[in-house]
Design a protein. Structure first.
Length: 512
């Protein structure tokens, strides 16, 4: 049972107890702070919003070491008989399926490590086909790597690859043409299809995607071509070489895409990572009934546009769905020196948050697990309670709360976060009133289970042990204001943490 707030002896208006839920509505970088919902968050870093609480993200561990330089591609080969994980760094590709230091390179003497890859099954076996726009494409068959014979084009200019209706489709460097192979083929003559007459803005085709939609007579897979200047051409059909089976659906204009990894599947839809946000391709069709630039990231649009302005030309942007974790995310550069954050969305609720501390140049899901490539190391994400032996730092700030009484000044008496942890937990709990954002100084600890110190007078710290029971210690607030926001920070490498809500006791200021 929760203990009562120490309000005995206080004269004046009655103290009102209120509980606000944890910020399960997620990170909001769209609305003015005065207009946010009570369940929104102004800051939500490394806190994942679930349906009823927010939870500290899980950590990551080292999978493969000794790759020498930035791991710019991690690629999953997955056949019924064999599952292999590969990573490209510098001028080499390594087998990183097993944990530990890598051995000799599986492929060497390459021009760069920025590969795009697809898996394709044929009558001759199962292959992973990779391209990087500088070297001849390679493929892996489960046991060995080979260079396929491709005629009709300069193979080293193939810059991206996609699988659509059992065919491999290709983009080329600085070109508005696309190429394609025969059905279930991994080698042979590459046919070229020109699209430059369709695109009035010029540029080059940077990505190709397969998009499933209902055309009125059942589900159909459409082929999508995206240019560097934001134009999108959509085709229906199975064979670009036959006018009777290949039809232009339309050409649409939108925001410029970011990078070659700008398209990713979300259910039946395709989402494009662009300078205006993360936009479903379904929004491009007039029948969709939405504005073309209506993005799935609408609630964090301010953060997305800011990062795009700063780092649109920086390598590392990539969208990904991680079903086992229940979330999707976009990997976003935060510098030109290998720093990244992830914009993460709960696939069930649509609530957003931000993951920090996971500096991955590239990501993939392999055998149901999530991996990323860092500086010379491949990591297994969503694993354990620490970041490869380091701490996980979480920071959350709720929306400002009026408690149903806008325009009325209040005296905030006491408050407490309701949190659960499975061990000694260092936390800092603070507050701001009337849209303030008081500075705090955070001194990290080197102790595993004890880790936070705040030296600003309006903040406090504690080490609470609860064995997954609720932490219920009241803190004196003693501040006047029209509204209040609460902030909860922790740094840990040994505990899981759940933020369930925040209790506050307040009263209306008399004599106004």
């Amino acid at each position: 049972m929760r203990s009562p707030a120490p309000s005995q002896g206080v004269r004046g208006p009655q103290v009102t107890p209120t509980t606000i839920p944890a910020p399960i509505g997620g990170w909001n970088r769209r609305d003015a702070e005065d207009l946010m919902q009570p369940t929104d968050a102004i800051v939500l870093d490394n806190w994942f919003p679930n349906e009823t609480s927010v939870e500290l993200r899980r950590g990551f561990s080292s999978q493969a070491t000794g790759l020498g330089s930035a791991v710019e591609s991690v690629m999953s080969y997955d056949s019924q008989a064999t599952k292999k994980l590969f990573a490209a760094a510098g001028t080499d590709i390594y087998d990183v399926t097993s944990t530990g230091a890598v051995g000799s390179a599986a492929v060497s003497s390459l021009s760069n490590a920025r590969f795009e890859s697809v898996n394709i099954g044929t009558s001759g076996g199962h292959y992973m086909f990779i391209v990087n726009g500088a070297d001849a494409p390679r493929h892996f068959d489960g046991s060995s790597w080979a260079t396929p014979t491709l005629s009709g084009v300069t193979a080293s200019t193939i810059s991206n690859v996609a699988l659509h209706k059992t065919r491999l489709f290709f983009t080329f460097n600085d070109s508005l043409n696309f190429g394609y192979l025969g059905v279930n083929a991994i080698a042979g003559t590459v046919s070229v299809f020109p699209l430059k007459a369709l695109f009035k803005k010029g540029g080059e085709i940077v990505a190709i995607g397969s998009w499933t939609k209902d055309g009125g007579s059942g589900q159909d897979d459409l082929c999508v071509f995206v240019t560097s200047n934001g134009e999108v051409a959509i085709y229906a059909g199975i064979d670009p070489g036959s006018a009777s089976t290949w039809e232009l659906v339309g050409v649409f204009e939108g925001a410029r895409p970011i990078g070659k990894r700008c398209l990713f599947k979300v259910g039946a839809d395709l989402v494009m990572v662009s300078e205006m946000g993360y936009i479903p391709l379904s929004r491009y069709l007039p029948a969709a009934g939405s504005a073309p630039n209506a993005a799935v990231n609408d609630k964090i649009s301010g953060a997305v546009k800011s990062r795009a302005r700063q780092f649109m030309d920086t390598f590392g942007w990539q969208g990904m769905i991680y079903s086992a974790g229940g979330y999707g995310f976009i990997n976003v550069p935060t510098s030109t020196a290998g720093d990244f954050e992830q914009h993460v969305v709960n696939l069930n609720t649509g609530a957003w948050c931000r993951f920090t501390g996971q500096n991955g140049y590239s990501w993939t899901v392999h055998n149901g697990r999530l991996y990323f490539g860092g500086e010379g190391t491949v990591y297994l994400a969503d694993d354990g309670l620490d970041d490869d032996g380091g701490t996980i730092d979480a920071d959350g700030k709720t929306a400002f709360q009026y408690f149903g009484t806008r325009g009325v000044q209040k005296n905030f008496v006491t408050a407490r976060p309701v949190i659960s942890s499975d061990g000694d937990l260092p936390v800092s709990f603070g507050f701001d009133t009337d849209f303030s954002n008081n500075p705090t100084t955070y001194t990290p600890s080197t102790v595993t289970a004890v880790g936070s110190t705040w030296d600003d007078a309006e903040w406090d710290d504690a080490e609470w042990a609860s064995d997954q029971g609720p932490v219920q210690q009241w803190r004196v607030v003693g501040r006047h204001g029209y509204n209040i926001a609460f902030r909860l920070r922790t740094q840990t490498q040994a505990q899981s943490v759940i933020w369930r809500g925040t209790d506050v006791r307040w009263k209306i200021v008399s004599g106004l």
